[in-house]
Design a protein around this ligand. Structure first.
Ligand SMILES: *[C@@H]1O[C@H](CO)[C@@H](O)[C@H](O)[C@H]1NC(C)=O
Length: 258
């Protein structure tokens, strides 16, 4: 299989909590659409490294990922011998706190989702109807001592606006998608799942890096400072873990990823 992904940068940061059109919340999961409750390929999931199937996921190749213009490509030569070969367009980047996926039981303070739709689908809405419509890169964050200077352009932009649940932020400055990539992009997981918000469409190929990015506590606060309509800080926006229902999770078999 050859998965070829082109990222066209729009650099939109979305706030996840509830969307303007509908009124779901994380405290009333039983009111989410029926598909979210009966689906068999839902996300997020608990990832177990020991149980992940080692296959040759190949090294992801990021072309022009350090470019602040438009096209950026990612290539992944093959996992199961399938026939996916497509171009995916970056639509938005958003954050969940704490992390939605867990790796070996650990929940990180923050998880970024870089959401891409299949270019031939034209847009997110249409892509959400096709099993291979979306590719989401998931990136975990850890809190460390120091400011992550590469991410300062993002955290400073976020800081300058008062965010509510319905806000979308466009980053003006020369933003490069590579700031959201960990140093090591060789070691990653892959599985098929869903959107983690309503309508929970089962159309997502998840690619999740094993290595986290370090940010300071201040930066974490900046990225997660979102207010509800009632004027309260949104304390968390992660969906509970979902059943695997027999799905396989893959992990790269590269020798230096053990
Ligand atoms: C929706 O996606 C399909 C499959 O990629 C494509 O053939 C079709 O043209 C798209 N429709 C629109 C309105 O973009």
């Amino acid at each position: 299989m050859k998965l070829s992904v082109n990222f066209i940068l729009i650099a939109t940061l979305l706030v996840v909590g509830s969307l303007a059109a509908d009124h779901w919340t994380y405290s009333h999961l039983d009111e989410w659409p029926i598909n979210c409750q009966s689906g068999k390929k839902q996300s997020p999931i608990a990832i177990s490294k020991r149980n992940a199937i080692r296959i040759d996921l190949k090294k992801l190749k990021f072309d022009n990922y350090d470019n602040d213009d438009i096209k950026t490509t990612l290539e992944n030569n093959g996992h199961t011998g399938g026939g996916l070969s497509s171009t995916y367009v970056l639509d938005n980047i958003h954050f969940h706190w704490g992390s939605e996926h867990t790796i070996d039981g650990g929940r990180h303070p923050l998880e970024a989702h870089l959401v891409h739709y299949k270019q031939t689908c034209g847009n997110m809405v249409n892509a959400s109807n096709y099993p291979d419509g979306l590719v989401v890169l998931a990136v975990m964050f850890d809190v460390a001592c120091c400011t992550n200077k590469d991410l300062a352009i993002v955290t400073n932009s976020v800081k300058s606006v008062s965010k509510n649940l319905h806000s979308t932020l466009r980053i003006q400055d020369d933003f490069k998608p590579e700031v959201f990539l960990p140093d090591n992009t060789k070691c990653y997981y892959m599985y098929t799942g869903s959107l983690t918000t309503p309508g929970c469409n089962e159309v997502v190929t998840w690619l999740m890096f094993e290595d986290a990015i370090s940010i300071s506590q201040t930066q974490l606060n900046q990225l997660s400072q979102v207010y509800t309509d009632a004027g309260k800080l949104l304390s968390y926006n992660f969906r509970p873990l979902q059943e695997l229902h027999g799905r396989k999770v893959f992990y790269t078999s590269a020798s230096d990823c053990d």
